[in-house]
Design a protein around this ligand. Structure first.
Ligand code: MLT
Ligand code: MN
Ligand code: ZN
Length: 312
């Protein structure tokens, strides 16, 4: 009884980490938000670094980005209690770029024995020659890399080779390569459409994005759910706080606010779920009840938080 019901494929999504690099609070930061997250966490909930988990069955998960907080993040994924001594609770890791906050988790998963990675050739090159995180992890585990091509859907596979029930299609987003990259190759920073071929349900994951033209907006608008770059509220956020010299746009993050900001444009999209993620600790929308939080909510969008779940 009920087996047909339980076998209906869905897109299960868990937002494992909703903060940008450094997390919230960031270890060395005492900006107003970080201060509140330490002194009154119910007014500014702490968040771990950017990562999303997706699954077609709610049991076998793929990570989208491997954050330095991956160890605690994996405890958010309900899996089966294994009979054996060792159990790897993820089937693979899909990467959107080679930034440290999205890839340091690879080396932390080095005990896996077998860790399939899905990445563009440009990301693989940076991980191989610049950060060296890929060969370092490969010294401990088998880490086969499946190459993602821009505009082409690649089927995810479970570690046992069976179909994972989801595909990932990368598209380029405006950004510079990581500052430690020795080359500027096309495909170094991508967004992903995670799609269930059986149902056509789709979720877009765009944790870093320096611009939003009509073509990209249309692509995102066609998805049932959208997780989008919410790094900075305003373009001059770091400069105004005295903690940085570069604007949000110079750092390749489209600010939420402003006439050309993301909020205005994402609010107009038809997606059923629109969630900000990769939120920097300086962003005032992290503060519960802030005017900025109200603006996001009134626009029909959500400020992502760790552990947020969706079933599409
Ligand atoms: C970014 O999101 O711009 C990068 O991850 C920056 C960093 O934290 O290194
Ligand atoms: Mn980042
Ligand atoms: Zn801070």
């Amino acid at each position: 009884m009920g087996s047909a019901f339980f076998s209906v494929p869905r897109v299960h999504v868990v937002l494992l980490g909703s903060a940008a690099g450094g997390g919230f609070p960031q270890w060395n930061c005492w900006c107003p938000g970080c201060r509140l997250a330490r002194t009154n966490p119910s007014a500014a909930h702490p968040r771990t670094q950017s990562s999303l988990a997706v699954s077609a069955d709610g049991r076998r998960w793929f990570l989208c980005n491997a954050s330095p907080d991956v160890r605690e993040q994996l405890s958010l994924l309900q899996g089966e209690t294994p009979d054996g001594m060792r159990h790897v609770p993820i089937e693979g890791v899909v990467l959107t770029d080679a930034e440290l906050d999205h890839t340091l988790g690879l080396v932390l998963l080095r005990e896996s024995g077998h860790l399939p990675v899905y990445a563009t050739a440009a990301v693989t090159n940076i991980l191989t020659t610049d950060s060296r995180l890929l060969p370092t992890t490969q010294a401990f585990s088998e880490v086969p890399v499946s190459t993602l091509a821009i505009g082409t859907a690649t089927a995810l596979r479970h570690r046992d080779g069976s179909p994972g029930g989801l595909s990932v299609e990368p598209f380029t987003v405006p950004a510079d390569p990581p500052r430690f990259a020795s080359r500027d190759e096309a495909g170094h920073t991508i967004g992903l459409i995670i799609r269930q071929e059986a149902t056509g349900r789709a979720c877009a994951f765009v944790p870093g994005c320096g611009g939003l033209d009509p073509e990209l907006a249309a692509r995102l608008g066609a998805c049932d759910a959208l997780f989008f770059d919410g790094t900075f509220w305003s373009d001059d956020e770091l400069v105004a706080l005295g903690v940085g010299r570069r604007t949000a746009r110079q750092l390749d993050h489209l600010p939420v606010d402003g006439p050309d900001g993301s909020l205005e444009r994402l609010a107009a999209l038809p997606c059923r779920h629109r969630i900000y993620t990769h939120i920097n600790n300086t962003n005032p929308m992290l503060i519960e009840g802030s005017a900025q939080r109200e603006r996001v909510t009134r626009a029909g969008m959500m400020v992502g938080f760790d552990g947020f779940r969706l079933v599409l």
